[in-house]
Design a protein around this ligand. Structure first.
Ligand SMILES: Cc1cc2nc3c(=O)[nH]c(=O)nc-3n(C[C@H](O)[C@H](O)[C@H](O)COP(=O)(O)OP(=O)(O)OC[C@H]3O[C@@H](n4cnc5c(N)ncnc54)[C@H](O)[C@@H]3O)c2cc1C
Length: 442
């Protein structure tokens, strides 16, 4: 295989990959591979040297060994719904995308520990369905549930819609199986769930963003469903600050903040009706396992279908053009002031903030609406805005890394992390796995 654009040739790579996974599962036609090389937002795009689709852990290991021998970097990819650019190559024709989608086994379930072994390529929806079949539930859920994979959610430590009440991915992962950068398979998934004598891999690989190992399977903890059906309601608010008083109630599993311009956009794009009789500057979606506690005069609608307003937000914003997304974490009390100050900071661009208020996680979406869909946004202008948003985050005591991970989008703002750096050097000395992601080192 010869890498175009003057990149060094990699003789025989295609045939060696084909020997590892079968010729049908090595894709090199750019008409096919570009979808693997383009991230969900469309902001990051590079042609993969090849896309490899292993169907077993042994095939993942063989793929990794071939790439390691050839010195070709590997980008692990699950559902490619990541929003920080970590799931696609950097540089045309330089990296192999290792797609885990064929590693989609679900089960076995261990009834005693209520834990389910799942292949890395299974989707979150696959896990939810399997849990529901045995009267249990899996805590992590997000709008991209049909595409986002177990491996991707572990690798990003995804939090999602119910992290407030049920915890993020790290809290649900009991064990993982993975392939290290030299092809070694490490496994604390098979065998009895209680029998653990090795290093606790799950903690190490949750949030590692494909930089330390390729996750091939995980053992996930399932929980009991709520004792009473949850109540979902959308509350109209005079300002985001009014939302804070509603967070203190028993049984709260989700508390999602929306602002009026974002809600109008979702209504327009999704053809949804205005949810309340009058328009409010802000809205809080609450999910409560129990009886919600609300002031008497509040304007609210109780209906599980209000999730559509929150879940449609990311897709609706994408119709405005390629958004600059900064997913940030703030002290919960600081969120109202932060979102109030954002429009001035991002000027002349539009901003649609929303997010998981209950855990202080705000998704800042800055859009060059002047460029419109299909036209080039003012990239330099948007980059400069990112810098200003990050300064605002820090001024409010927040952090730039949150549930979406660091990816390539945030590398420039995260300081050197001595633990991450040493782990990377120890486990992947040649910098084979997802170089440039999460850390500026190879
Ligand atoms: C509409 C929408 C809503 C979303 N809502 C949320 C939300 O509420 N909460 C949230 O946290 N995220 C959310 N996301 C972001 C995204 O869905 C998550 O980051 C998800 O965990 C990514 O899973 P994936 O399988 O698509 O991973 P990918 O996008 O394929 O990859 C993400 C990262 O994980 C690495 N990776 C993937 N698979 C593996 C593997 N098997 N082994 C090692 N590394 C791997 C990749 O290299 C990359 O760095 C949303 C995205 C969309 C499009």
């Amino acid at each position: 295989m010869t890498a175009p654009d003057g990149d060094p040739p990699v003789p025989g790579l295609r045939s060696r990959l084909a020997a590892a996974v079968g010729p049908d599962h090595v894709l090199t036609d750019p008409a096919v591979t570009m979808s693997y090389g383009t991230d969900w937002t469309g902001r990051w795009r590079a042609r993969p040297l090849a896309v490899v689709r292993p169907g077993s852990t042994a095939e993942v290991a063989a793929t990794i060994r071939v790439c390691a021998d050839a010195g070709v970097p590997v980008v692990p990819q699950g559902g490619n719904t990541g929003l920080v650019g970590g799931s696609v190559p950097r540089g045309d024709g330089r990296m192999v995308v290792l797609s885990t989608r064929r590693l989609a086994t679900v089960g076995p379930l261990d009834r005693g520990t209520r834990s389910l072994v799942v292949g890395a390529g299974a989707s979150l929806s696959d896990v939810h369905r399997a849990a529901a079949r045995v009267g249990l539930r899996y805590a992590v859920d997000l709008a991209a549930r049909d595409s986002a994979t177990v491996g991707g959610t572990v690798a990003t430590n995804a939090a999602g819609l119910r992290a407030l009440g049920l915890g993020d991915t790290r809290r649900q992962v009991v064990g993982v199986e993975a392939v290290l950068a030299d092809g070694t398979v490490v496994d604390d998934v098979t065998g009895p769930p209680a029998g653990r004598d090795g290093f606790p891999l799950a903690g190490l690989l949750c949030g590692s963003e494909g930089t330390l190992a390729v996750i091939t399977a995980a053992r996930l903890r399932l929980g009991a469903p709520p004792a009473v059906p949850p109540v979902t309601l959308l509350v109209g608010l005079a300002s985001p600050a009014d939302a804070l008083a509603l967070l203190d109630q028993p049984g709260l599993t989700a508390a999602e903040l929306l602002l009026r311009p974002g809600l109008e956009l979702v209504c327009r794009v999704g053809g949804l009706p205005d949810p309340l009789p009058r328009a409010w500057p802000a809205y809080l979606l609450l999910e409560v396992e129990g009886e919600p506690v609300l002031p008497d005069d509040v304007d609210a609608v109780v209906d599980p279908r209000v999730w559509a307003y929150r879940e449609g937000m990311t897709d609706a914003i994408a119709t405005l053009g390629i958004p600059h997304k900064l997913d940030v974490a703030l002290p919960v009390d600081a969120v109202p002031a932060f979102v109030a100050e954002l429009p001035a900071v991002v000027t002349p661009f539009a901003v649609h903030p929303f997010g998981h208020l209950g855990v202080g996680n705000v998704h800042v979406n800055v859009v060059d609406v002047g460029s419109g869909p299909g036209r080039d946004p003012d990239r330099a202008g948007l980059d400069a805005v990112d810098e200003r948003v990050v300064r605002l985050v820090h001024r409010h005591g927040g952090a730039v890394a949150a549930e979406h991970g660091i990816g390539v989008a945030k590398v420039q703002w995260v300081g050197p992390d001595p633990v991450r750096t040493r782990l990377k050097r120890a486990l992947d000395p040649a910098g084979l796995l997802n170089p440039g992601v999460a850390t500026s080192m190879r």
